[in-house]
Design a protein. Sequence first.
Length: 51
Amino acid sequence: MSARLTLRRLAVASTALAGAALVAAVSGGAQLLATAATAIEYGLIAALIAV
């Protein structure tokens, strides 16, 4: 019984860690896209100023 409880706790912990890793990956991807969008905006502004 104790081994099953330990396995269940490990499963819950690993699921929580996987969820946290997924959230971190999505957050990092969103931040990367926002950074790229900002760079594109600055490039467009610089192009408009140059013209």
